[in-house]
Ligand binder design. Structure first.
Ligand SMILES: Cc1cc2nc3c(=O)[nH]c(=O)nc-3n(C[C@H](O)[C@H](O)[C@H](O)COP(=O)(O)OP(=O)(O)OC[C@H]3O[C@@H](n4cnc5c(N)ncnc54)[C@H](O)[C@@H]3O)c2cc1C
Length: 382
């Protein structure tokens, strides 16, 4: 993934991440998938290895690297078939940390960012509620000001890192008098706040080791300094930050497809059918040719989007196209790869089966494919 075009320092970083993934993650991954969660201390191991929040500036004790370096972590995890972990890390490093960096106060930045980099504090973001997923206008969690505090009430669901998080960025309604997305604000809520409770780790069909939970807020009192960004402007922050999340998801989609293809190439060379390697059949050759082309075309587009994102010139329609197209491509490719494994592909012990189930959620979270189409159509028809 990307190696051929990497600059030397990026190449070295990629090499180190790949080695870390092979030595410190792959041997344990099966066990973490079964447990439905990674060990809490693994976050500290990631921090020690310099793999968390790699593009946070040196002022906050980060490496001060570029977005491209952060994406290398996602790519290498995706390539190795560790999509669940890629998702957990993305929420922490590419989403939560950047909300704080981009709209946080100096005090919030110095309190949270250095500890997120070391893994001492794990971050989560809680937008979704039982009645508000694609349509965030339905958010009912409320934050009412009482003197120097806000009092938060409500519940969230499907929250990645919900079990491990030490703090969560919560989207809450601060102005009940205005309808829809107006009147939403963001708050940083520490998980040891009285009234905060985690539900159980939800049972999913894939991405098992990325813990996902309901979170409950009952009269949770946070100081006014916990407000993240401007009061009642939360939706604007969400809209801005979702761009980064979507480039990251598209990047992970391409890496996961590339990883699935590599597994499949190895398999078809070894598997014998009708007296010869599966790879010799024209159907196999054509399918692999089609899927590689599909992956490479999308890789070119997402690489362009990443460059434009770094340059600050990426428009909303293009990033939505990248999220839509790359995650749909991932679904097609892992399905085609699994087919070439035959019955073995349906067995949990074959990593291609994990690639298949892990891919499914990519078309749902971070803005479902249908929502991406709405955004793109709006741009096309404007
Ligand atoms: C594993 C996992 C991890 C997640 N992690 C997080 C997290 O960390 N934080 C967080 O806040 N959320 C998280 N989510 C929630 C995720 O973002 C939502 O599931 C997603 O936004 C979709 O919302 P929903 O599930 O309520 O589906 P709904 O919004 O009810 O959508 C149902 C269907 O209707 C379609 N639909 C909705 N609106 C339209 C429309 N206008 N036009 C056409 N079709 C439409 C959707 O595309 C979908 O196909 C996670 C979800 C999963 C499964």
């Amino acid at each position: 993934m990307g190696v051929e075009s990497d600059k030397p320092e990026l190449q070295l970083f990629r090499h180190n991440v790949r080695r870390f993934v092979q030595n410190e993650i792959v041997p344990h991954y099966e066990q973490w998938e079964k447990a439905g969660i990674v060990p809490r201390e693994f976050w500290n191991t990631l921090g020690c290895a310099g793999l968390l929040c790699v593009d946070i500036p040196e002022d906050y004790e980060g490496a001060g690297a570029t977005f491209e370096f952060s994406m290398v972590v996602s790519q290498e995890l995706g390539l190795a078939g560790c999509s669940a972990l890629a998702g957990s890390l993305a929420v922490h490093s590419d989403i939560a940390a950047h909300y704080i960096l981009n709209v946080g106060t100096e005090q919030q930045k110095t309190t949270y960012l250095p500890k997120m980099i070391t893994g001492e504090r794990v971050g989560a973001i809680a937008m979704t509620e039982p009645g508000a997923g694609s349509d965030l206008q339905g958010i009912r969690t409320s934050a009412r000001q009482e003197g120097e505090h806000y009092v938060i009430n409500g519940s969230k669901t499907f929250i990645t890192n919900g079990q491990h998080c030490d703090f969560v960025i919560v989207v809450a309604r601060t102005n009940p008098d205005v309808a829809g997305a107006k009147g939403l604000s963001l708050f940083i809520v520490d998980s040891d706040s009285p009234g905060f409770a985690r539900g159980r780790n939800l049972d999913k069909i894939g991405c098992h080791s990325a813990d996902t939970s309901e979170l409950f807020f009952q009269d949770v009192r946070v100081p006014v300094t916990a407000l993240l960004g401007e009061l009642n402007k939360g939706f604007v922050v969400l809209a801005n930050e979702l761009q980064r999340e979507r480039v990251s998801l598209a990047t992970m989609a391409v890496a996961a497809a590339e990883g699935a293809l590599a597994l499949t190439v190895d398999y078809v060379k070894e598997r014998k059918v009708f007296g010869g390697p599966l790879a010799d059949l024209q159907n196999t050759r054509f399918k692999l040719a089609e899927m590689h082309t599909d992956m490479r075309v999308h890789k070119a587009f997402v690489n362009e989007c990443r460059e434009r994102f770094e340059a600050g010139t990426l428009d909303v329609a293009s990033v939505s196209m990248a999220k839509l197209a790359c995650t749909e491509m991932q679904g097609r490719v892992v399905d085609g790869c699994l087919q070439l494994f035959g019955g073995y592909g349906y067995m949990s012990e074959y990593p291609i089966s994990r690639a298949y189930v892990d891919a499914r959620v990519q078309r749902i979270y971070g803005g479902a494919s249908e929502i991406m189409k709405e955004i793109i159509a709006r741009d096309v028809l404007k």
